[in-house]
Design a protein around this ligand. Structure first.
Ligand SMILES: *Cc1c(COP(=O)(O)O)cnc(C)c1O
Length: 402
């Protein structure tokens, strides 16, 4: 038995998080076990990160093989995995070039700096405004949290970076009014994740592209959460066919190993010349070898087919549950990024439902106070879905019983 206890977390860790009473110690697929060897079904996927579940054999092998060869040499040298991963992502997307870092926030930080630098180089220093959307989330560095559209995350750290405008999502008129020749970039999530699993209207996505082109502004897609096969397409933008100039991704990219990426066209990437931006750890051989393996699996057409099939099971089952218990007003999202909106009488109580689920040994997420979020491993097995759905029904029944 380990002498590590949950109480020690509160004693030794910054008081930023409030994890539940158990400590998971082992995972396989979409199952987890805690210190007492109790089993949990994982519908949370480490917040849309564990794209292939826990300890996927092929990924563990790629990690351990690379761990015996080479971990890190810095960007003073290159390495084989970083080149392989960059080529793979370029071959699969609109992009001509890739850059790697260690998280979603870092990817967005680099993307916003890239957009400002591109505008400066092409149009001069007056073109610096970034337009983003209310309820959006782009990370926790001071720049990314200020671009994000939820003030409560950025308040209290001022002075904030300037020349950032927040406008309502899916609102054509607001965008038409806000965008101008001063705009250097519009940044959007194809489906707002943290903001409540709110999909962008396909027509709105097309309008954003048109208005960016008209005003010589770059279009940035933040696919940190929606990317890497999460929505049943390799990237969510592929569903609408509207490509950006810059795309960021992270969460699912390393299947649980920290890595983020910025993808861009040659035209845009060209302004990031030596010394303009950098990173110590980004592009290290170990992270890139793991991500290269993950992407080789999750980008296959048969794999994406599987994600869409599992998605249908989840949507059907959660719809049935909502109808039976009259608890959800809407099920939204795509692929395996699913938001169940609590009906009016349960407003503000997503956290209570999450706690009941955890007590019943089902791990789920919330997206704000009114939305239950489910983002399981993309390869979750049917028996794991069944086991989890039983626990979800049990939890919903307890929840509505009060
Ligand atoms: C999670 C998330 C981020 C931040 O990623 P980190 O790795 O936590 O820095 C940025 N954008 C979106 C859309 C996200 O979901």
């Amino acid at each position: 038995m380990s002498d590590i206890t949950r109480e020690m977390f509160d004693r030794y860790y910054f008081p930023l998080f409030t994890p539940p009473a158990f400590i998971p110690v082992k995972g396989k697929g979409s199952r987890l076990w805690d210190q007492e060897n109790r089993e949990y079904i994982d519908f949370s996927g480490g917040i849309a990160v564990n794209s292939l579940g826990h300890c996927c054999d092929g990924v563990v092998e790629a990690l351990t093989v690379q761990a015996q060869k080479l971990w890190h040499v810095s960007n003073l040298m290159t390495n084989e995995p970083v080149i392989s991963l960059a080529k793979r992502l370029v071959d699969l997307t609109f992009a001509d070039k890739a850059f790697f870092c260690n998280s979603g926030a870092e990817a967005n930080e680099a993307a916003f700096k890239l957009a400002r630098r591109y505008a400066l180089a092409k149009h001069g220093e007056d073109k610096n405004e970034i337009i983003s959307f209310i309820q959006s989330f782009h990370g926790r560095t001071l720049f990314t949290v200020s671009v994000g559209g939820q003030d409560h995350y950025s308040d209290g750290f001022g002075p904030k970076p300037t020349a950032i405008r927040h406008i309502p999502f899916n609102d054509p008129k607001a965008l038409e009014e806000a965008i101008s020749e001063k705009t250097c970039a519009v940044v959007m999530e194809p489906i707002q994740g943290e903001g409540g699993i709110i999909p962008a209207d396909p027509d709105f996505m097309k309008l954003v592209r048109q208005l960016c082109d008209k005003n010589h502004a770059l279009l940035i897609y933040d696919e940190v959460q929606t990317g890497c096969s999460r929505t049943g397409d390799f990237f969510a933008y592929m569903h609408t066919g509207v490509a950006p100039d810059i795309l960021t991704t992270a969460k699912g990219l390393g299947g649980g190993f920290p890595i983020g990426a910025v993808l861009a066209t040659d035209e845009v990437a060209a302004v990031f010349t030596p010394g303009v931006h950098g990173t110590t750890f980004g592009g290290n051989a170990l992270a890139c070898a793991v991500a290269d393996k993950v992407i080789s699996i999750i980008s296959a057409p048969e794999f994406l087919e599987g994600v869409r099939a599992k998605s249908k099971i989840f949507f059907d089952r959660i719809n049935d549950l909502g109808a039976k218990y009259d608890c959800f007003s809407q099920i939204r999202g795509r692929g395996l990024l699913i938001g169940a909106v609590l009906s009016d009488k349960y407003q503000g109580r997503s956290g209570d439902l999450l706690k009941i689920c955890a007590k019943n040994r089902l791990l789920v997420l919330v997206a704000g106070k009114n939305v239950l979020r489910i983002a399981p491993a993309l390869n979750i097995a049917e028996d794991e879905i069944e086991a989890g759905m039983k626990l979800l029904e049990k939890s919903v029944a307890e929840f509505v019983a009060g």
